[in-house]
Structure formats: structure tokens, C-alpha cells
Design a protein around this ligand. Structure first.
Ligand SMILES: CC(=O)SCCNC(=O)CCNC(=O)[C@H](O)C(C)(C)COP(=O)(O)OP(=O)(O)OC[C@H]1O[C@@H](n2cnc3c(N)ncnc32)[C@H](O)[C@@H]1OP(=O)(O)O
Length: 464
């Protein structure tokens, strides 16, 4: 039985879809220069509003911190923008005269953008930029716990687009987030593609909608520290990455797999750089708040180690950056082994690469198949042997996995929607970007002829 609010929100979606259809028709007639001007204006506005949107997101969700959320918004406004601004997306985008094939960009039309509560404004900036650059309209479905800041981010993007000549209704956002509205958006005949970033339930709903969908599965990133690693540097990179926005990015480190031969040095370095190793009693207390009803407890997501410690009934010094628990088990019965989206790390000791490999696979099977793994090592032979069979779409070497995964510190496509490939139930293993939001039509000229029928028969007789 639908409630009044469901009916109202469904009507809101239908109105946005009608407006988006008209807006996209206008956009589809624009030149590359006109579209580029609009996208540039959007990126500029995102840059100007980065810190205000970050503050709104922290206030509304209680996840992360303003400085890092500002950096995340700026990552979308700068890195993502720079990576797409020169991509051709209008008309004939490639002429291969040697093979006589031309490629023509065809916008997908209307994109449904599902936005997670962990990255509620940066995802809007990112998805708006790639959708409009590819010639599409986009309608956002915000997470209920982050609706205000997501609506505001979409408003800023739309107004900036309009200032540069875009039509009304190109970018919009559901203001009353209900599952009825989100389902309407995902299933409606006017919706062409879904870009779903968020919790597993919603990604599954996107795949079941019958529409083409780019969904993003969960991460559970294991990071191997091999004995050849530069330990001090590796620990510095890991702490910076793991603590960014209090651990809310799905490519952030979840478990360290450390060679036994260097364990003592790694532990000392971690302690030196702000890690707090939980004793057995403290470990049990923290373990008891990591999960509720078999899933991650949203109350610990994006919180500081001090807040998490207090929730667990323990006390840690004010300068602690990350909580670490030594662990040997893997699976839902071992809460430290799951994706925690907070500054909590599991620490495993391994006897060399083979054991690390087996353990990494088990950790990925708990919930991060196809997502991301990391390795810190100087020996390239080890790097090659370790990485080659990993079921992960991004294998980040000697860099924090948060920044590596999203393409900030390695040469991967800058993105806030990270595909996990078929093994993660995703259609792509790419970092999703503008090229995923237009289709390519190919004009192919005849360059050879099929053999004529009688000639083909003669040839067949001769070869008998
Ligand atoms: C590159 C990157 O970093 S992408 C990051 C993407 N990854 C993630 O977001 C991590 C996965 N997310 C999660 O695990 C969870 O969202 C958490 C732990 C962060 C927060 O959890 P919670 O808010 O408690 O739960 P959840 O996100 O599942 O949603 C709560 C409710 O809102 C509903 N909801 C979520 N999104 C929407 C939406 N767009 N529209 C309508 N309803 C929605 C859910 O269906 C759920 O409803 P229910 O309580 O009736 O089942």
C-alpha cells in the first residue's frame, strides 16, 4: 500500500523525467564547444562551493570531516574535470580512414544517479560532470540520510549549467527520497541508464530494474606489506589513506597482511605514526559494535577513532588516528575482517606471499570481490607474482588504496564510481567515466567483397 509521501515522490520523479527529456533533446543539438562551456561552468561552481557542500554533508550525515570532504569535492571538480574536458563527445568523434570506420557519439539520454550517504556531494559533482559532458540529462536519487546536501549539490550543478546556456531540468534531484521514488526512477521508460553507487541492497535493486546499470559493489581491501617494502613510507601512505574522511571511501584499506619477518618493525612504525593496537579485551568491545544484524553498523561509519572507542566503552588518546586489531580469522563471525568504512584496521601476520595471497582471496570473498587490493613492495618480481591472479579490478602498488583506487595518486581514470567486473556482479571493471555514458555508432564503409557464389563453389571443388 503506497503512502501519500510515496505517491508525491513518484509524481516528483515523473515531472523531472519529463523535464529531463525536453532538456536532453536541446542538449543533443548543441556543439562540442557549447557543451564544454557548460561543463566548465559546473566544475567552476563545484570548486567554489566545495567547502560549503562538505560542511553540509558532515552536518547532515555525521560521516567524515569537512577538510577531507572538501578535498573529495575538489577531486571531482578538478581531477575528474581535467580527465574529461578534452574528450570528444559530440558528433563524429573518430575517423579511422585507414580502416574506413567513423565513430559517432550517441548520448544515452537520461541517467539515474544513485548517490551514497558516504560521498553525498562529491558523487553528485562527479556524476553531473560525466553525464552532461556525454550529452545526457541526469536525475539523482539521494540517500535518505543525506538528502539535503545532495539536493543542494544538484541545484548548484544545474544553476551553473544554466548560466552557461544549458536548458532547465537537465540536472535534478528527488527531494523526498523514498524507495517508491527511487524504484520509479530506475524502472521508468524514460530512464536510459542507472549509475548506482551505494549499499548492496540498492545496487541489487538497480540491476533488477530491467535497465542497463553501472553498479558498484562493496569493497573489502586487503593490503599486503611484503618484506621488501619501504616500511616507514608504506605505513605513512596507509595511515593517510585509511584516515581520509574517516575511512568512508570504499577503496580504503581494511586489512593489513604483514610478512612475519617484518612484523615487529611494521607494528612499531604503525604505533609511531598514530595507530592504537587494541588489547584482547578492547578488541572484543570494539568487535561488538562493528556489526548490527549481520551488517556493518552505520553508527561507526566515518567516525573518528575516539568516537568509536567511546561507543565501545574504551578510552584512547586524542592523537590516535586509527584503531588496529590483530586478527587471524576471516568471515562474518570476525567483525574486523569485514569492510568497516571507518578508521579501523585488521592486522594479520603471514608467512610470505603465498599465505598472503590465500588470505587476501578469503578477505575479498567476505565482500570485496572485484574491487581493489593493495601491495607495498620494492621487489618487482614479487609484485608481479602477487598481483597477477588477484580477483580485483584495481591493484594499487606502493600507494594508499583510497587515493589509488579513485585515480588521484596513480594513473587510473579519476572516478568516484569504481566498477568491480563480472566477479563483483558489475558490467565493467573500469573506473566509470564519461565514455561509459555515451554509445558509439559506427559508420563502416565496404572495403572488401565476399567471393561470388560460382567462384566460391569452384574454390570449394578445388580444395576437395
Ligand atoms: C568510490 C566510493 O567510495 S563509493 C562508496 C559507496 N559505498 C557505500 O556507500 C558503502 C555501502 N554503503 C553502506 O554500506 C551503507 O549505505 C552505510 C553503512 C554507509 C549506511 O547504512 P544505512 O544508512 O544504515 O543503510 P542503507 O544505506 O542500506 O539505507 C538505509 C535505508 O535507506 C534506503 N535508501 C538508501 N538509498 C536510497 C535511495 N537512493 N532512495 C531511497 N531509499 C534509499 C535503503 O533502502 C534503506 O531502507 P530500509 O531501512 O527500509 O532498508
Amino acid at each position: 500500500m503506497l503512502r501519500d509521501i510515496d505517491l508525491q515522490s513518484i509524481q516528483e520523479v515523473r515531472n523531472y523525467l519529463e523535464e529531463a527529456k525536453e532538456a536532453q533533446k536541446i542538449l543533443a543539438k548543441m556543439t562540442q564547444e557549447e557543451i564544454d562551456k557548460i561543463v566548465e561552468s559546473m566544475a567552476n561552481a563545484a570548486r567554489e562551493e566545495a567547502s560549503r557542500l562538505a560542511a553540509m554533508a558532515v552536518e547532515e550525515t555525521g560521516f567524515g570531516n569537512v577538510a577531507d570532504k572538501t578535498a573529495k569535492n575538489l577531486f571531482a571538480a578538478n581531477d575528474v574535470y581535467n580527465s574529461i574536458k578534452d574528450v570528444k563527445t559530440v558528433g563524429i568523434i573518430r575517423r579511422d580512414e585507414e580502416n574506413r570506420v567513423w565513430e559517432i557519439a550517441q548520448p544515452v539520454g537520461i541517467v539515474a544517479g544513485i548517490v551514497p550517504s558516504t560521498n553525498p556531494t562529491s558523487t553528485v559533482i562527479f556524476k553531473s560532470l560525466i553525464a552532461v559532458k556525454a550529452g545526457n540529462a541526469i536525475i539523482f536519487s539521494p540517500h535518505p540520510a543525506a538528502a539535503k546536501c545532495t539536493v543542494e549539490a544538484a541545484r548548484i550543478m544545474q544553476e551553473a549549467a544554466e548560466r552557461a546556456g544549458a536548458p532547465k531540468g537537465l540536472i535534478s534531484c528527488i527531494t523526498q527520497p523514498t524507495m517508491a521514488a527511487t524504484n520509479e526512477l530506475m524502472k521508468h521508460k524514460l530512464t536510459d541508464v542507472i549509475l548506482a553507487t551505494g549499499g548492496p541492497g540498492l545496487v541489487k535493486a538497480a540491476y533488477s530494474s530491467g535497465k542497463p546499470a553501472y553498479g558498484v559493489g562493496p569493497g573489502n581491501v586487503p593490503v599486503y606489506i611484503h618484506e621488501s617494502a619501504n616500511i616507514a613510507k608504506a605505513v605513512e601512505l596507509i595511515i593517510q589513506s585509511k584516515t581520509f574522511d574517516n575511512g568512508t571511501i570504499c577503496a580504503s584499506e581494511q586489512a593489513l597482511l604483514v610478512d612475519e619477518s617484518i612484523k615487529e618493525k611494521v607494528v612499531a612504525e604503525l604505533k609511531q605514526q598514530g595507530a592504537y593496537f587494541l588489547n584482547e579485551e578492547e578488541k572484543q568491545k570494539v568487535a561488538s559494535i562493528i556489526m548490527v544484524n549481520g551488517s556493518l553498523n552505520a553508527k561507526i561509519v566515518g567516525k573518528t577513532p575516539q568516537v568509536i572507542a567511546e561507543m565501545a566503552g574504551i578510552e584512547v588518546p586524542a592523537d590516535v588516528k586509527v584503531l588496529v586489531a590483530e586478527e587471524t580469522g576471516v568471515g562474518k563471525e570476525y567483525p574486523f575482517s569485514i569492510e568497516k568504512l571507518s578508521p579501523i584496521l585488521a592486522f594479520y601476520t603471514v608467512k610470505g606471499m603465498e599465505e598472503a595471497s590465500e588470505l587476501a582471496l578469503k578477505l575479498l570473498e567476505v565482500g570485496g570481490l572485484g574491487h581493489t587490493v593493495g601491495i607495498h613492495a620494492e621487489d618487482e618480481k614479487v609484485i608481479e607474482a602477487y598481483t597477477i591472479d588477484k580477483p580485483a579490478s584495481r591493484i594499487i602498488v606502493n600507494s594508499g588504496t583510497t587515493f589509488g583506487g579513485i585515480g588521484a595518486t596513480v594513473n587510473l581514470m579519476p572516478s568516484l564510481t569504481l566498477g568491480c567486473g563480472a566477479i563483483g556482479n558489475n558490467v565493467t571493471s573500469d573506473n566509470v567515466t564519461v565514455t561509459h555514458l555515451f554509445n558509439i555508432k559506427r559508420v563502416a564503409f565496404g572495403v572488401r567483397e565476399m567471393p561470388k557464389k560460382d567462384e566460391a563453389q569452384k574454390e570449394a571443388a578445388l580444395t576437395k
